[in-house]
Design a protein around this ligand. Structure first.
Ligand code: CDP
Ligand code: MG
Length: 710
């Protein structure tokens, strides 16, 4: 039976058009509804064909004549793979009629009509074209994911519509919001009671089992990785035909699990003398966000006869990507999330239990083509006590600095009364305003400064953009652009694991950091970049040094693009030019201070440091840093990001001199969020501003720098 399913799939792959997708029956109704309404919501289960088919229906119905059909996705990897698939279905080359745009990778042309892009890209594109005149239709896909950019786009499109941008456009814009689950009523209400078209899905029965390997007490442990691997192997050995989908949390972990799986599969096969069910019987494929495109494609291909495909994926396979033939799901129960930690005042990448509705969604992936099974490695108690009913949308969890700057650049000053689908907490917005004020992107009146506009030009976080701008104004951008590029690609280092080869790779990293000067993780990144760029055989160099060549390849490409932006900005007469001379290593760190002074910490007791931003959190240097173990020799440090496990760890760290930040640190304290709140609401009068300014001046005179530091 399974064989016949597989051979049918092969044929599908040849013709590339799948007429049995549930959405097919709704084609005419969808096209009609899109013609009759400015806003439309389409709700349909994952895999029903929304993402790949609806844009094609619209295209064939002539929607592309007056502008592009833009389709957003929250994830980069899904954007590319979907565009690829649709180009194949439409029998055109990628970048012609069908194209995609993700950060640092634009694969579109004059001819492009169906454009898949990340929601972040569309948001950025609105800066240059606020009325979206290039588009006839905007499809906001995966609305249920509630990613930050999609949420902001909801508000923007609603607002634009209210403001009558239709008058400024030659043709009216059609907005379609697509969602796999939930909240369609709420969305409909938000968009003025717009119609909802529901595509009923077809799901085979799924047996769900709690395996009790993880309980509430394991909430903060990483034991789930090995348990998940064990369950995956048991599934392979005990269950009948059908592919396996395993949910884990991130790239490094998935790579580790793949390795464990290889090793364990070998051991088990040896012990059981089951040669034919050895690791070759299991086609192990990782799937995560930063994966190279050609590798992603393998995920969708049917495995060779007699081989079971096993995909180890991040949450991306829960809704964004549908893999046919999955009959078994192994759910670790965890997901990696960026959470704004108000206590630390930072965005922190955390591994947290998934919500119950996400668990249901994950299980559903097992029943698309036949009855399936879902193995949950956790217990029912874990389900009850640790897993919330629903996921909290990004807008309530992550730092808003970047999107608020985007809104401000779009001349939406009243960021508090912006039409949010879910209103973020006011103090959260204030925190973002404060951050923007601190890095000089907005002024006291909440208006975007020249620097703010320059920051916006770079598709980087405001901190990093600021550091790059500083370097450019010093004329030493060749130090910072590679670092920014290296920080923009994921996982440069091959993770050190248990194998001999990986251990060697780990030692290689230490050697590299020594060669780069020994005590600066940013300099190590720069060193790797430069070595790679000048090496005659860069791929071999990376391999030898335990570096992901693909990551480096994209870093080289990203650096080129950042350089173009920097060169363009330098032409601008308002672009600052400053002088600073010193050794390379100092210049680099000095520039970093300009962007990262809110991420500065001072040695406290033992090996700990205390942040300087008013939160005064206690932090530790992560063992992956070259500074780990050298804490006693350090006084002031600057860090790029934070990881929380049992403690708060900082990663990518360098030592700095107090004198480089001493003029900057008071900025962390010189404005009260409440004052910016009045500014944000636009209720402020010129008189009030003057009053604050004189108050601030007195405060400055009184408190001096030292107080701010203590
Ligand atoms: O968006 P929705 O979840 O409703 O479905 P879709 O992504 O349009 O997927 C429709 C079908 O296309 C599924 O059967 C997928 O397996 C298939 N597909 C694929 O084979 N390769 C891709 N890159 C994307 C989708
Ligand atoms: Mg989809």
């Amino acid at each position: 039976m399974e064989k016949s399913v597989r051979s049918r799939r092969r044929e599908d792959n040849e013709s590339f058009y799948n007429p049995i997708l549930p959405i097919h029956k709704w084609k005419d109704e969808l096209v009609r509804a899109a013609k009759d309404n400015s806003f439309l919501i389409v709700m349909g289960d994952t895999g029903s064909g929304k993402t790949t088919q609806l844009p094609q229906y619209l295209y064939k119905a002539g929607f592309g004549k007056n502008g592009m059909i833009g389709v957003t996705q929250p994830r980069r990897v899904a954007t590319i793979s979907v565009a690829q698939r649709v180009a194949e279905e439409m029998n055109c080359s990628l970048g012609s009629t069908v194209g995609y745009q993700v950060r640092f990778d634009d694969c579109t042309s004059e001819r492009t009509v169906i454009k898949y892009m990340t929601d972040g890209c569309l948001l950025r594109n609105t800066l240059a074209d606020p009325d979206l005149t290039k588009y006839s239709t905007i499809v906001l896909d995966e609305a249920h994911e509630r990613s930050l950019s999609t949420d902001i786009l909801f508000g923007l499109l609603k607002k634009q519509f209210q403001l009558g941008s239709r008058k400024r456009r030659k043709y009216p814009l059609t907005v379609i919001v697509m969602s796999a689950t939930l909240e369609t009523q709420k969305l409909s209400l938000f968009f003025g009671n717009c119609p909802v078209v529901t595509i009923p899905g077809k799901l085979f029965p799924i047996k769900e089992r709690f395996l009790n390997l993880i309980g509430p007490r394991d909430k903060d442990s990483t034991a789930y990785v090995t348990e998940t691997v064990k369950v995956t192997l048991q599934t392979h050995l005990n269950e009948t035909e059908g592919d396996i989908l395993v949910f884990l949390t991130g790239q490094a972990e998935i790579e580790r699990a793949c390795n464990l799986l290889f090793k364990k599969a070998e051991a088990i096969d040896y012990r059981h003398d089951l040669y034919d069910r050895s690791v070759e019987g299991l086609l192990i494929l990782p799937l995560y966000g930063s994966m190279p495109t050609d590798q992603q494609k393998r995920i969708f291909l049917a495995p060779p006869a007699g081989i079971r495909k096993c995909v180890l994926s991040t949450n991306i396979a829960a809704t964004s990507v549908t893999i046919e033939g999955i009959r078994y799901v192994v759910d670790s129960g965890f997901v990696k999330q960026l959470n704004y930690n108000p206590r630390a005042g930072l965005d922190i990448l955390e591994i947290v239990p998934i919500s119950k509705s996400e668990a249901v969604q994950r299980a559903g992936r097992a029943g698309r083509t036949a009855p399936g099974k879902c193995f949950r490695i956790y217990s029912e108690e874990f389900w009850e006590k640790c897993m919330p009913d629903h996921m909290i949308p990004d807008i309530k969890r992550t730092s808003l600095a970047s999107v608020i700057l985007t809104l401000k650049c779009l001349e939406i000053h009243d960021v508090i009364r912006f039409p949010y689908l879910d209103h973020p907490e006011e103090k959260h917005i204030l925190e973002a305003l404060k951050k923007l004020y601190q890095c000089g992107a907005i002024d006291r009146t909440g208006c975007v400064t020249k620097l703010g506009h320059f920051i916006m030009e770079f598709p980087l976080s405001p901190n990093l953009a600021c550091a790059v701008i500083k370097a450019t104004s010093f004329g030493c951008q060749e130090l910072l652009l590679p670092v920014a590029a290296m920080l923009s690609v994921e996982h440069v280092f091959i993770q050190s694991g248990e194998s001999q080869k990986q251990k060697e790779a780990g030692q290689g990293h230490e050697e590299l950091s020594q060669l780069a000067g020994g005590c600066n993780d940013f300099a190590t990144l720069l060193y790797i970049f430069e070595q790679c760029k000048t090496s005659p055989k860069p791929a071999a160099w990376c391999h030898k040094n335990g570096i992901h060549w693909r990551a480096l390849k994209s870093a080289l490409n990203v650096e080129k693009q950042l350089k173009e932006i920097a060169n363009r900005l330098k032409e601008n007469k308002d672009f600052p030019v400053e002088k600073f001379d010193g050794p390379r290593n100092e210049m680099l760190r000095h520039c970093l201070c300009a962007g990262y002074f809110s991420n500065v910490a001072r040695r406290s007791v033992g090996r700990t440091f205390r942040t300087m931003d008013g939160h005064g959190s206690i932090i530790h240097i992560h063992p992956s840093s070259a500074l780990f173990g050298k804490e006693s020799q350090l006084e002031w440090i600057l860090f790029h990001n934070v990881l929380v496990t049992s403690k708060i760890f900082v990663r990518t760290v360098c030592p700095i001199r107090y004198e480089w930040v001493k003029d900057l640190l008071p900025k962390l304290h010189d404005i009260d969020a409440y004052e910016l709140s009045n500014v944000a609401r636009e209720e402020v009068t010129a008189e009030e501003i003057l009053k604050w300014e004189s108050k601030e001046e007195t405060k400055h005179r009184n408190d001096g720098t030292e107080e701010a530091l203590n």
